[in-house]
Design a protein around this ligand. Structure first.
Ligand code: UDP
Length: 235
């Protein structure tokens, strides 16, 4: 395998599948199956999961919710998704631990790096939930932070698009895909892969990102094996 320890970022939005809200059990199982396969191949998997399928602080604020409270709601949403993924993985006999960036035992154990690394080394899937634990951040920033902390070889950003394009391929049919792109070029072209805080953390700490389509079964394993699907973002 090309990578031994990875930080996998899954967006909350992709969990809702075709439903438009909440958690689609079929999509959840698809993800869990791919993760199980990765673990069976000996890859250490840390996962940061988003919460956009349930609540986002920023969109809440535009409807009159207090931003600070809304962000806390968003972080709790990521814990709900984390628990859903944990139960799907455990149903497949994959040992999984949920760590939370906000203290809330017994829902999950309070995060610290040694605990996360120890569990990864034992072959457990570690779900790092509640983002960074702070408002005004996103789970993309949470995955940059946790990826750096757990010393992941790479951040794998699973999305519904198969990589980084010159323009939004869903809007511009002439857009072309990059196999590889530097962080500087991402800034220069104003490409929106993740928010700038998250991107800059990866750049400054030399954490490469692979953006790939996680909704096609088997793709996670292909990326782990180093197959050229998706786009690699690096210094
Ligand atoms: N959030 C936060 N701090 C964090 C991570 C997340 O306040 O460190 C909140 C924020 O309101 C965000 C929501 O949790 O909108 C859900 O996360 P995100 O939008 O990143 O989820 P995704 O887009 O991946 O589904």
């Amino acid at each position: 395998m090309k990578y031994k320890r990875v930080l996998l970022k899954l967006s909350g939005e992709s969990l809702m599948g075709e439903q438009g809200y909440g958690i689609d059990p079929e999509r959840l199982n698809d993800y869990a199956e791919q993760i199980k396969e990765a673990v069976e191949l000996g890859v250490q998997v840390g996962i940061v999961i988003g919460g956009g399928n349930i609540f986002r602080g920023l969109s809440g604020a535009s409807k009159g919710f207090d931003r600070y409270k809304g962000d806390q709601m968003g972080m709790l949403a990521t814990v709900i998704n984390g628990l859903a993924l944990q139960s799907a993985l455990q149903a497949m006999a994959v040992r999984t631990r949920v760590l939370t960036a906000i203290r809330m035992e017994p829902v999950g154990e309070y995060y610290d790096k040694p605990k996360a690394v120890d569990a990864l080394e034992k072959g457990e899937v570690v779900i790092l939930s509640a983002g960074t634990g702070n408002p005004y951040f996103t789970t993309d920033t949470g995955s940059s932070l946790r990826g750096i902390e757990i010393e992941a070889d790479v951040m794998l950003k699973g999305t519904r698009v198969d990589g980084v394009y010159t323009a939004d391929p869903e809007k511009d049919p002439t857009a072309t895909k990059f196999d590889e792109i530097t962080f500087d070029e991402v800034y220069n072209r104003g490409l929106k892969i993740m928010d700038l805080t998250a991107t800059t953390m990866c750049k400054e700490n030399n954490l490469d990102i692979v953006v790939f389509d996680m909704d096609t079964k088997g793709n996670l394993i292909k990326v782990l094996k180093g197959e050229n699907i998706g786009t690699v973002v690096k210094n």
